[in-house]
Write a protein that binds this ligand. Structure first.
Ligand code: SIN
Length: 513
């Protein structure tokens, strides 16, 4: 029997090993980008304690890899490396930064199939969705590689003839980028590309559930020639997250934190960054209303509901959370929706015809189960699904539609993050807005209507950062992604996203003749 071990840079090679993951590694050995080390200062490294944790496939529980379970000491080393690298990276010509980012983009494109396979293996996403994520995520690198050349200053016309005013834009320094499991590639490129273009150096802490994609991306950044210390990836288990994130928030050498994740953790990060008045960009949860008015094209509304709700099995912050359907088309919408949901095949995302994959972990499955049970116990009706699917796998929950949702139910207020469509019927536009805005969260909202006046009225009144009009997929590299209320602070994407990583400096030249 051939055994495999890891060489010093984390590649799989033949040799002796007692690791429990050998079977899986053999299967994955063609995936040359699967790593078993973290990436710090241009080197593949283990944890200072040599501890490791396992990464598994949520579709079947198979162990994919063992990677370093790092602690504050490891983050300290990464911070020092990033600080040293910052001096050079922030001073090289933006055109050169752009070229290196473009090299990275080209390698990401060249390796897109492998990257998509890794996303499906560790995140459970159907393969076609993983390919779409790679394309989407790569578009941030391409966009910001161009933007790097357009970070300009200003000359301000002054009132005083002996003075000339200038404003320059400068990178804020070392930044911590903390990302979620649901888009393990795109959430990193959205932050990292903007930070690199601005001239910042980075310490990435990917989700504990999906770190392999981040490590593969680091390998490609390395191959692209991005200098050592500019991009660092620290990995840690669920038990280590608090100390890793706590260190990034409290170390004054880290000048900014950009976080994608839950509102609960976002609030803690905000508090921990406050003593140092650290820059924070928080992309947190949502409770998106999806409003279908009587004048809507029902077929489009149903297709959009499916694509936006079942993307990543409903585990997206922008996924619709409460469907509000007007009484005149209510029955027709539901009838068509049930037909489409009946077509969705659930299973292991590496199988071609699968449209809905597993949830990421047991906690997520249990959360969905509780939300649905609570709603049913308070009078909601399950039209399809409404239960776990143990015959498919431990982490699967059936695509579900429940109606008659009320304010007293947890599902009305909480982000579902799962494949459950919860529906309320409404009569008037005023009522729809009242319900839509009755939440602390304000990330995205969706309107389906054929009435242009209504579209403008409702878009204006919705208390959210992003509105989809007759469209369920609104994300793109060139737009400002982000929310209001408790859904976050700051924007990612577009030229707006650069601002999170830049400081202005005003220079006054005086006593001019
Ligand atoms: C998210 O909702 O978690 C991010 C999805 C996106 O960027 O489209």
């Amino acid at each position: 029997m051939i055994l495999y071990r890891l060489n010093t840079i984390g590649h799989i090679v033949k040799g002796n090993s007692s690791s429990v993951i050998m079977n899986q590694l053999r299967k994955l050995s063609h995936l040359h980008l699967i790593k078993q080390r973290a990436y710090v200062d241009g080197k593949w490294v283990g944890a200072s304690t040599e501890k490791v944790f396992q990464v598994s496939n949520p579709a079947n529980g198979e162990i994919l890899s063992e990677i370093p379970d790092m602690n504050e000491k490891d983050v300290e080393a990464a911070t020092k490396a990033a600080l040293t690298a910052f001096k050079k990276w922030s001073n090289i010509r933006p055109y050169d930064r752009s070229k290196l980012m473009r090299n990275w983009f080209d390698l990401m494109v060249k390796n897109q199939e492998t990257l998509a396979q890794i996303i499906t293996l560790e995140g459970g996403k159907p393969y076609a969705e993983s390919v779409a994520e790679v394309n989407y995520g790569n578009s941030y690198i391409e966009f910001y590689a161009e933007e790097a050349k357009r970070i300009n200053g200003e000359i301000i016309s002054g009132t005083q003839p002996t003075k000339q005013y200038f404003v320059t834009s400068n990178p804020i320094g070392v930044v911590g980028l903390i990302t979620s499991f649901n888009f393990p590639l795109a959430m990193i490129t959205r932050k990292l590309s903007a930070a690199l273009a601005a001239g910042c150096t980075c310490i990435i802490k990917p989700s504990t559930d999906t770190p392999l994609t981040a490590l593969a991306m680091a390998e490609l950044a390395h191959q692209a020639g991005i200098p050592k210390g500019v991009v660092n990836v620290i990995t840690g288990s669920h038990g280590s997250n608090a100390s890793i994130v706590g260190y990034l928030c409290s170390n004054p050498d880290v000048k900014g934190i950009s976080f994608t994740g839950s509102v609960e953790v976002g609030k803690i990060i905000n508090e921990r960054c406050a003593p140092n008045i650290k820059r924070v960009c928080l992309e947190l949860g949502g409770n998106a209303p999806f409003i279908v008015y009587n004048s809507a094209n029902v077929a489009n509304a149903v297709q959009s509901a499916i694509s936006s709700k079942f993307r990543c099995s409903g585990q997206a912050c922008v996924a619709p959370n409460r469907f509000l359907v007007q009484d005149g088309i209510y029955d027709c919408f539901i009838e068509n929706l049930l037909v489409e949901i009946g077509k969705l095949k659930m299973g292991d995302g590496s199988h071609k015809d699968v449209k809905v994959g597993p949830l990421i972990n047991v906690a997520q499955v249990e959360k969905i189960r509780h939300l649905v049970e609570d709603a049913v116990s308070k009078g909601a009706n399950v039209l399809i699904g409404g239960r776990k699917a143990p015959l498919v796998g431990d982490l699967f929950y059936e695509p579900t539609v429940i109606t008659d949702i009320r304010e007293t139910m947890h599902i009305y207020r909480e982000e579902i993050f799962g494949p459950v469509i919860s529906i309320l019927k409404f009569r008037t536009e005023e009522e729809s807005l009242l319900v839509a805005n009755q939440t602390d969260l304000g990330l995205a909202g969706y309107i389906f209507s054929g009435d242009i006046n209504q579209i403008f009225r409702v878009s204006k009144e919705l208390e959210v950062g992003m509105v989809g009009v007759n469209e369920g997929i609104i994300s793109a590299a060139e737009i400002p992604f982000g929310g209001i209320k408790s859904s976050g602070i700051g924007r990612e994407g577009g030229h707006h996203g650069l601002r999170e990583f830049l400081d202005y400096k005003y220079i006054c030249v005086g006593n001019l003749n």
